[in-house]
Design a protein around this ligand. Structure first.
Ligand code: 6PG
Length: 252
C-alpha cells in the first residue's frame, strides 16, 4: 500500500499529500476496499456516492481493475451530482463513471443509481432523485440516505458536488437533493445536499492540481468557513483530503 508523503490533521479534517496522482489513487483504492469490506461486514451492503469531473477517473479505473473479489450484487453506486444534460452527453457524470467503472464490472444496472436527466426540468429531476433515495434507503432501514462512502471533488472556487459559492442550496438542511446553477457550463445541475453528504460514514475528497492549492490551504489553516467544501462536516468521524503534491504543496 502506498503511503502519503505528508499528513496533517486539524480538527475533523486530515490532509494527505502524495508524490503523484498514481500514489494517491492507489491509496484511495485501499480506502475504498476497506469501506467496502466494513460495510459488507456491518450491514451486508455497500452504498457509495461518486463524484464526476476528471480527478476521480483514475481511481474508478483502478476499482474496476482490482482483482480482489467483490460481491457486486450487494454494491450500490449513486451519483453525488449530475449536469442537466442527456445521459450520453460528453459532460455527463454518469457517462464518465460508466466508461471508467460501471462498464468494466459485473454490476446490475439497477445497482447504478443515476440521476434521471431525461426528465423535464432540473427541479423535477431533483425531486425524482430525492424520491428514489427515500424509497431505497427506507427499504434498507434508514429514513435518511446513509452512504458508506462519499467521494467528493473540489473546484478552485471551493465548490463540492454541485454546491457552488453563493448558492441558496448551501443553506438546505432538510431536502436531500437540489437543483443548482453552476458558473461554468453546463450551468444547470442536480446535487446531493449537505444533510446527505454529512450523514456519510466515510467522506473523502480527492484533489489534484496547483489551481486548487489556495482553497485547500485555506481549509487547512482557517477557522472561518469561506468555501462550500468547508461545510462538509460529518456527523461522526473525519473528513479525509487526498491531495497530489501540486494541490498539497502547503503540507511540505
Ligand atoms: C462535477 C463534480 C464536481 C467536481 C469538481 C472537481 O459535476 O463536476 O461533481 O464537484 O468534483 O468540480 O472537478 P475536477 O475533478 O474535474 O477538477
Amino acid at each position: 500500500m502506498t503511503h502519503p508523503e505528508q499528513t496533517i490533521t486539524r480538527g475533523h479534517r486530515t490532509f494527505h499529500a502524495f508524490t503523484d496522482i498514481d500514489s494517491l489513487d492507489q491509496y484511495a483504492l485501499e480506502l475504498w476496499r476497506d469501506a467496502y469490506e466494513t460495510a459488507l461486514r456491518t450491514h451486508g451492503r455497500f452504498f457509495a456516492a461518486l463524484s464526476g469531473g476528471n480527478t476521480p477517473a483514475g481511481l474508478y479505473r483502478r476499482i474496476a481493475d482490482d482483482p480482489r473479489p467483490v460481491d457486486w450484487n450487494n454494491v450500490h453506486l449513486f451519483l453525488v451530482d449530475e449536469r442537466f444534460v442527456p445521459p450520453g452527453h460528453d459532460e455527463s457524470n454518469a457517462r464518465m463513471i460508466r466508461e471508467t467503472l460501471v462498464s468494466r464490472i459485473p454490476l446490475n444496472e439497477d445497482n447504478f443509481h443515476t440521476i434521471p436527466t431525461e426528465t423535464a426540468t432540473p427541479e423535477i429531476v431533483a425531486a425524482v432523485y430525492e424520491d428514489h433515495l427515500k424509497t431505497f434507503f427506507a427499504m434498507h432501514g434508514t429514513q435518511s440516505p446513509a452512504f458508506d462512502l462519499m467521494l467528493l471533488g473540489i473546484g478552485e472556487d471551493g465548490h463540492t458536488a454541485s454546491l457552488f459559492p453563493e448558492s441558496p442550496s448551501l443553506n438546505e438542511r432538510t431536502a436531500f437533493t437540489a437543483a443548482t446553477s453552476s458558473p461554468v457550463s453546463p450551468a444547470e445541475r442536480i446535487t446531493l445536499t449537505f444533510p446527505v453528504i454529512n450523514n456519510s460514514e466515510h467522506i473523502i475528497f480527492i484533489a489534484a492540481g496547483a489551481n486548487k492549492r489556495h482553497v485547500l490551504e485555506h481549509i487547512a489553516s482557517s477557522d472561518k468557513p469561506e468555501f462550500p467544501a468547508e461545510f462538509v462536516q460529518p456527523r461522526h468521524g473525519n473528513v479525509l483530503f487526498l491531495l497530489d503534491i501540486s494541490a498539497g504543496t502547503f503540507l511540505y
